[in-house]
Design a protein around this ligand. Structure first.
Ligand code: BGC
Length: 430
């Protein structure tokens, strides 16, 4: 990585500008920038808001619509540049390190909370390492999402003559052919770069396995990126794209999810925040819908840890700092971990809770997810999601998104050339 990341260069300008002092409520307030705006996501974040307010602090909602968070990140950068960052923002994965090196995150804010609440014991080291900068917590992790899921409406599959959810890519194609022939949208999808790449990373995981996935998206290994398996992955992606609805351009992920929920479409490839929409529609896992690992990836788990980072505030904003600390304490508390993840479709990030999912009332999908998360932690199957900011810098991720979206939208595109393009785009973004 460069000595000074692009983010650091932009943000260093911010030090020239004063931080806005906006504390107006007596006990303190916290503004939270996030992108949880679908019906199910809102129900989840409202739980945090309610608890922070109950503790006597004011919550300023900084929601920025746009699944996957790219728009929220643009807004956050421009606010930081103008010297007016929020108290808390949804920032994830390696990007936390980039923000940490700008000096804008609060390295002292969470010290006492983390010690008192024993965060080091509650969290897997893999997770705590992501949210620490130079050994200090600068963010609180709130949950674990799994990205390699296929969401299925069994009623629709039955109508199309498909006996069961597919477990391999070949079965997936066969099921999708039948769905198409029966007049359904086989694969609900929104044509937005992050959704295209969510599908792509699943296909790569299926074709190349966890090891190949890691060499491609974590190590960014040139040989893997241009090798025959990557070409095969692009071929498979082309085929998968033929099952997507032709009117998908610009569609939000939750609208695509609604097509499956309402019986217009048979399947959706999406992380388990999709479950939040099923839950909000009062549908029951295992009965009204099925969650199965994306075909060919049952032995793997692509993880996506949502986390809320704290910005450094002027020392005289004592009430607002107390609000940041309260939010962080609530976020890793047992009650919030349970209710938030039930609404959000994720699993708790606390190890003790992952080991006791039934006791907390989690459904079959979440129980399976926690079991696999704990199991895969030991066998190399656990991989960070590329499309959800966990594997690379946002610059590299953006380069991948461009190549994949251009490829999906050009039915004439050549898979071998796409692999070459992927490699050169990553190289220049590094
Ligand atoms: C986030 C989820 C969110 C999803 C859709 C993902 O990157 O981790 O929390 O629900 O995007 O916006």
């Amino acid at each position: 990585m460069n000595a000074l990341s692009p983010l650091a260069v932009i943000i260093s300008l911010a030090s020239l500008l004063p931080l806005a002092a906006v504390a107006d409520e007596s006990k303190g307030s916290v503004e939270v920038v996030h992108w949880w705006t679908s019906g199910g996501e809102k129900a989840a974040v409202d739980v945090l808001k309610a608890q922070v307010e109950k503790d006597g602090f004011a919550w300023k909602d900084g929601a920025v619509a746009g699944g996957g968070g790219a728009t929220a990140m643009t807004v956050l950068k421009s606010r930081a540049v103008s010297g007016n960052p929020p108290g808390v923002a949804q920032i994830k994965g390696p990007d936390i390190q980039d923000w940490g090196s700008t000096g804008l995150l609060g390295t002292d804010v969470l010290k006492d909370v983390a010690k008192q609440e024993k965060w080091d014991e509650l969290l897997d080291k893999k997770v705590s390492d992501i949210v620490k900068f130079d050994g200090d917590y600068v963010a609180v992790p709130v949950n674990v999402h799994r990205v390699n899921w296929l969401w299925v409406n069994p009623e629709v599959l039955k109508k199309a003559g498909v006996a069961q959810a597919p477990t391999t890519l070949e079965e997936f194609y066969a099921a999708a052919d039948k769905l198409k022939a029966a007049g359904f949208i086989a694969l609900a999808h929104g044509g937005q770069p992050w959704q295209d790449s969510t599908v792509f990373e699943n296909v790569v995981l299926s074709v190349m396995g966890p090891k190949g996935y890691q060499q491609a998206f974590v190590e960014l290994d040139e040989k893997t990126l241009t090798g025959p398996e990557m070409v095969k992955s692009f071929e498979a992606l082309k085929k998968v794209a033929t099952y997507m609805d032709a009117n998908r351009a610009g569609r939000d992920w939750n609208i695509a999810a609604a097509d499956v929920i309402n019986g217009k479409a048979g399947m959706q490839i999406m992380g388990d925040w999709a479950k939040s929409e099923w839950t909000a529609a009062k549908k029951v896992a295992g009965k009204d819908y099925q969650c199965v690992p994306f075909p060919g990836t049952a032995n793997a788990f692509t993880y996506n840890v949502d986390s809320l980072a704290v910005f450094k505030l002027n020392a005289d904003r004592k009430g607002d700092i107390a609000a940041q600390q309260d939010l962080a304490k609530v976020a890793l508390g047992e009650d919030f971990q349970k209710v938030f993840s039930i609404n959000k479709g994720s699993i708790p990030v606390r190890k003790d809770m992952q080991a006791n999912m039934e006791k907390y009332g989690f459904d079959a999908c979440a129980q399976a997810s926690a079991k696999d998360f704990l199991k895969d932690a030991g066998n190399g199957g656990l991989q960070p999601s590329m499309a959800h900011n966990m594997a690379t810098s946002l610059a590299v991720q953006g380069a991948i998104f461009d190549v994949v979206t251009n490829y999906i939208n050009d039915p004439q595109a050549d898979p071998a050339k796409a692999a070459q393009r992927l490699n050169s785009a990553i190289k220049s973004a590094k």
